[in-house]
Design a protein around this ligand. Structure first.
Ligand SMILES: Nc1ncnc2c1ncn2[C@@H]1O[C@H](COP(=O)(O)OP(=O)(O)OP(=O)(O)O)[C@@H](O)[C@H]1O
Ligand SMILES: [Mg+2]
Length: 429
């Protein structure tokens, strides 16, 4: 139980950590990439606007006459370029290394003439184009001087984003690795006290049950002694003693079942599982049980038929296996009405011994089937009519698990039930 809990804790912890880191990395990436893009666009806009005065100089005197003091030259970076166009979109001059591979298209020219700058990405080059106007002498009309296109290679931006991505991936893997290590430690630290307390509780239940057994047996013996000398007692006293005896028997039964379950729990917690397993001929073990239960079947006129294949050997604890099948047979006979049928089958399927106990009894409602192996669970019909504690199947399941087997049930309300137990065959037999 704790092993799976440990994995569940660790997995949840790692999932939460991955989700947190994934979300924060994405946020960081988006924030940085947007801010780098914005910086690039701002740089291009400043460069294009700073170069406006140079368009008139180029138009009148050519590129060679550009004044060294013009502000765009200070802004010019090695991965940027500038292009000057006349009002028809014809290239007049260009400066720099990285250019967009197309000239100004008519659509772009039309767009620029509407007065807004146009930002474009062409391959690995980002461009920012503007139209340049000057006022006429009359100062009332604007005259189109031409266009300026500032470009910058986005290789640098892509490289920075790649670096950021790699950094985040390496960081993420490191964080997850460290989280796994700390997660293992954390789950161990969290579960350790719980595991210790549960183990103590199981021992405590076992000890209490064990200590209760002696006084209960003493009561039972004393009551037996008293009942064996009825001449000293009145009839009412004898009846009351019988009631005490029955109640005492029930408590002894409960204590023994609890003791068995708590021992089974403690044993399943131990890694070595030091069970005393020996080869067992199932046919012989089941035949003994058939003889034991025959009188119970006859008293209810139940047709009880065994179909036992010979030569099937499993490795196990005969006392426990007897207990497992007697719990199942007891249920079959108890929950089958007078005149019904109970059949016991022993067969072999591949590497498993298959034991089936079928009855034509009251059956189990489908929604209750997942509950029947829980401790103290009893169907309403069983509670109102039959004696029992609701521990028989929990014990049966614990024994099957100790033998690395499987127990399954199918049932139809009012028609009957079938319990099927699979036990691995003894490999050496
Ligand atoms: N063969 C069966 N037919 C119908 N109902 C069954 C059958 N076997 C088990 N059940 C249902 O499952 C419940 C649990 O069975 P379980 O053997 O654990 O307890 P119990 O028989 O009530 O008491 P006890 O502890 O004495 O065995 C029963 O109370 C009954 O409702
Ligand atoms: Mg039972």
């Amino acid at each position: 139980m704790f092993q799976s809990l440990r994995w569940l804790f660790l997995l949840t912890y790692l999932l939460v950590m991955s989700a947190i880191f994934g979300a924060s990395s994405t946020a960081i990436y988006i924030f940085f990439s947007r801010s780098l893009e914005q910086q690039l666009n701002d740089r291009l806009q400043i460069l294009a606007e700073a170069a406006i005065p140079s368009l008139r100089i180029i138009k009148s005197r050519g590129i060679q006459r550009l004044d060294d003091e013009l502000p765009w030259q200070e802004l010019f970076r090695h991965n940027q370029s500038l292009e000057w166009f006349n009002p028809k979109g014809k290239l007049l001059a260009k400066e720099g290394k990285f250019f967009a591979n197309s000239s100004l298209s008519q659509a772009l020219v039309d767009g620029l003439q509407e007065g807004f700058p146009i930002l474009q990405q062409q391959g690995q080059v980002r461009t920012f184009s503007i139209a340049v106007y000057t006022e006429d002498r009359d100062k009332t009309t604007l005259r189109l001087e031409g266009y300026i296109r500032a470009s910058e290679s986005t290789q640098d931006l892509i490289w920075k984003l790649d670096q950021l991505r790699s950094g985040l991936i390496v960081g993420g893997v490191t964080v997850l690795l460290l989280s796994s290590i700390s997660g293992i430690g954390l789950t161990w630290l969290t579960l350790q006290p719980m595991q210790r307390n549960l183990r103590r509780l199981k021992h405590f239940t076992g000890d209490v049950a064990h200590e209760l057994r002696n006084p209960l047996t003493a009561i039972s013996t004393t009551v037996d002694l008293l009942r064996n000398s009825p001449e000293e007692l009145s009839l009412t006293q004898v009846r009351k003693l019988a009631i005490i005896d029955r109640a005492n028997e029930q408590i002894i039964h409960l204590v023994e079942d609890l003791l068995f379950l708590s021992r089974a729990n403690i044993a399943s917690d131990r890694l070595d599982r030091d069970f005393n397993f020996a080869p067992i001929r199932l046919e012989e073990l089941l035949q003994d049980l058939v003889e034991r239960f025959e009188p119970q079947a006859q008293s209810k006129q139940i047709q009880f038929t065994p179909h036992l294949r010979t030569g099937i050997v499993v490795k196990g604890d005969s006392h426990k296996l007897s207990r497992l099948f007697s719990n199942l047979l007891d249920n079959a006979l108890k929950y089958t009405t007078d005149g019904g049928r109970v059949a016991l089958f022993l067969e072999q399927e591949q590497r498993f011994a298959v034991i089936r106990i079928e009855d034509t009894g009251i059956g189990i409602p489908p929604d209750s089937l997942p509950l029947i192996f829980q401790r103290f669970w009893r169907a309403d019909a069983a509670k109102s009519e039959k004696d029992g504690l609701g521990l028989g199947l929990a014990i049966a399941q614990a024994i099957v698990q100790q033998h690395k087997g499987e127990i399954k049930v199918s049932s139809r309300l009012g028609a009957g039930s079938s319990f099927r137990v699979l036990l691995p065959l003894d490999a050496q037999a």
